[in-house]
Design a protein around this ligand. Structure first.
Ligand code: FAD
Ligand code: SIN
Length: 530
């Protein structure tokens, strides 16, 4: 019998590109409840700069985009998922345009394409250097308002799963009140986990909550060790780890050591536009050689006026720190950027738990393999969220009556008791900082067996101190975030320790290299010799 509690057709956790694309489609037919832990627009999506990749020019082809994606993924991408990503991209871009995303154009009839790392040609469309914000607001405006209810500043803490079926979520509001929300389908779109690291381009919301909730509910997880480090974040004392888009290199920006030596052609034939994992490792190698905390990104050849017009947000941000990107070389270094792995899904966004879909950065559709191709993330978010919405629509329509019985045990279950006092904020901040520094040092761009073990030992100490202080029972937002960061870190170390052949973003000095890594080394020798 249908229980007498509110049951939404769909519950969406997270309001970035994936959550909102799903909402925009499914709200045409169903009642939707969106729960998001900060303001409705705060997300990684909002900060996306470079753009979104798609084959939209006669000079390009599906085969090239597929090939570039598979190469960047270093042999570990799922070809079927990549095929879907690339071939459904134009339709989803068209949807975004109809929703009002005004991509930059050369003329009324011609889009402006930029190039980014790993792409064999110009394929990335953009809205200045704030593509994510334009997409986020267009998606919001397209959601059918009368069919949607949004709970913001509400943190989802648990998926309500029994017998491998998801019935909804448990969440905490700002006042610490526990709520249970039921739905016929749940779409998990909680984004990434950059906050695991001391240096990251990600905002504070990126604490990996969705990975942990799904894993704890028994969902299959995949490729957690492949964490992408973006090569160029601003590296200045006192300045935030602000992303300097790869598109700057697509428009001619050069990487130089602190003694102004151009080095990327020594590492890869694509030089500054090699895949991201290769550029990040090369930068680390050059920083070590020169004992410098950064390299330079040089855009001065492009001229002040061009840089200001093409990259207004980057210009305004770095000007706050006394530099002009058209006139000064920018100090840059790698920073944690993107989770390539996550909750395993099929090509329709279905996880291994019935009724639970996942999309966007928290999901592992198989597209990115060991390393994501630049500007394929926004694309993956919209392509696979749309597919998941189509699938969820069918599930909701044909849900059997017996499904409702599964809700009753959750209605009867006493809510958990969260402690609102301890631990002290200072202790939470200290432990979070220690965890981030540990992960940066031991599970970062260059890993080793010893480092992974040392890192794991330190995480266990941090976890012990956190528990002793009552952190695991704390309902404070920052304590909940730290609990998730600790749990996710342990899973990432476990996956990293288990990966014995280096591929893409995972590089362990004690492991053998994949074929592509060996090719890269050979290329490097060849390029040095020429
Ligand atoms: P997000 O946009 O991160 O949204 C996650 C949502 O989940 C947020 O609303 C968050 O508040 C919510 N949430 C999280 N945990 C909880 C919880 N426990 N309870 C409730 N709500 C929760 N990719 C590209 O393709 N092109 C680019 O140019 C590009 N530039 C980037 C620049 C920067 C600085 C960054 C950080 C990333 C960039 N990326 C880019 C990557 C891309 O932006 C993200 O991977 C993508 O936007 C992820 O979308 P999402 O919907 O999965 O997650
Ligand atoms: C960037 O603009 O460099 C980020 C692009 C991406 O993450 O795909």
């Amino acid at each position: 019998m249908k229980p007498s509690v509110p049951i939404a057709d769909v519950l969406i956790v997270g309001s970035g590109a994936a959550g909102l694309m799903f909402a925009a489609h499914i709200s045409k037919y169903h009642q939707v409840h969106v729960i998001t832990k900060d303001t409705a627009t705060e997300s990684n999506t909002r900060y996306a700069q470079g753009g979104i990749a798609a084959v939209l020019s006669i000079d390009d082809s599906y085969a090239k985009h597929i090939d570039d994606t598979l190469r960047a993924g270093d042999g570990l991408s799922d070809p079927e998922a990549v095929n879907i990503l690339v071939k459904e991209a134009p339709a989803r871009i068209f949807d975004l345009m109809c929703m009002g995303v005004d991509f930059d154009r050369l003329t009324d009839n011609a889009l402006q394409f930029t190039r980014e790392g790993g792409h064999s040609g110009r394929r990335v469309i953009h809205v200045g250097d704030m593509t994510g914000q334009a997409i986020e607001s267009a998606l919001w405006n397209s959601v059918i308002k009368e069919n949607i209810c949004v709970s913001d500043h509400r943190m989802v803490t648990r998926l309500l799963v029994r017998d491998n079926i998801c019935y909804g979520v448990e969440s905490l509001d700002k006042s610490g009140k526990v709520c249970r929300s039921y739905a016929k389908s749940v779409f998990l779109a909680t984004g990434g986990a950059g906050q695991m690291f001391a240096k990251t381009t990600n905002p504070e919301i990126a604490t990996g909550d969705g990975f942990v909730m799904a894993a704890e509910s028994g969902a299959d997880m995949m490729h957690l060790e492949f964490i992408q480090f973006h090569p160029t974040a601003l590296a200045m004392e006192g300045a935030p780890c602000f992303l300097i888009s790869e598109a700057t290199r697509g428009e001619g920006g050069l990487l130089l050591t602190i003694d102004l030596h151009r080095f990327m052609h020594e590492y890869h034939a694509m030089a500054e536009l090699a895949p991201r994992d290769i550029v990040s490792r090369a930068i680390v190698a050059e920083m070590e050689k020169t004992s410098a905390p950064h390299v330079f990104l040089d855009l001065t050849g492009q001229g002040r006026e061009y840089v200001e017009k093409r990259f207004p947000t980057i210009t305004q941000t770095v000007m706050q720190y006394g530099l002009h990107p058209g006139e000064n070389r920018l100090p840059v270094a790698p920073a944690a950027h993107y989770m390539c792995g996550g909750v395993k899904t099929d090509i329709d966004g279905r996880t291994s738990i019935q009724g639970l879909y996942a999309g966007g950065e928290v999901a592992c559709t198989g597209v990115h393999g060991a390393n994501r191709l630049a500007s394929n993330s926004l694309l993956e978010s919209v392509v696979f969220a749309y597919r998941a919405a189509v699938n969820a629509d069918r599930r909701i329509r044909y849900l059997p009556e017996s499904w409702y019985d599964g809700i009753n045990p959750f209605i009867d279950e006493a809510p958990p008791e969260w402690n609102s006092g301890s631990p002290e904020d200072g202790l939470i901040a200290d432990l979070t900082n220690r965890l981030q520094v540990t992960n940066w040092k031991h599970c970062g761009i260059i890993r080793s067996d010893r480092g992974l073990q040392q890192g794991l030992n330190e995480i266990e100490r941090i976890e012990g101190e956190f528990r002793t202080a009552g952190g695991h029972r704390s309902g404070k937002g920052k304590a909940l975030a730290l609990a998730n960061l600790i749990k996710l870190s342990k899973r990432v170390y476990e996956s990293a320790a288990g990966r014995r052949i280096n591929a893409g973003a995972h590089y362990n000095v004690n492991c053998a290299n994949s074929q592509s890594e060996r090719d890269f080394k050979n290329d490097r020798e060849d390029n040095r010799g020429t």
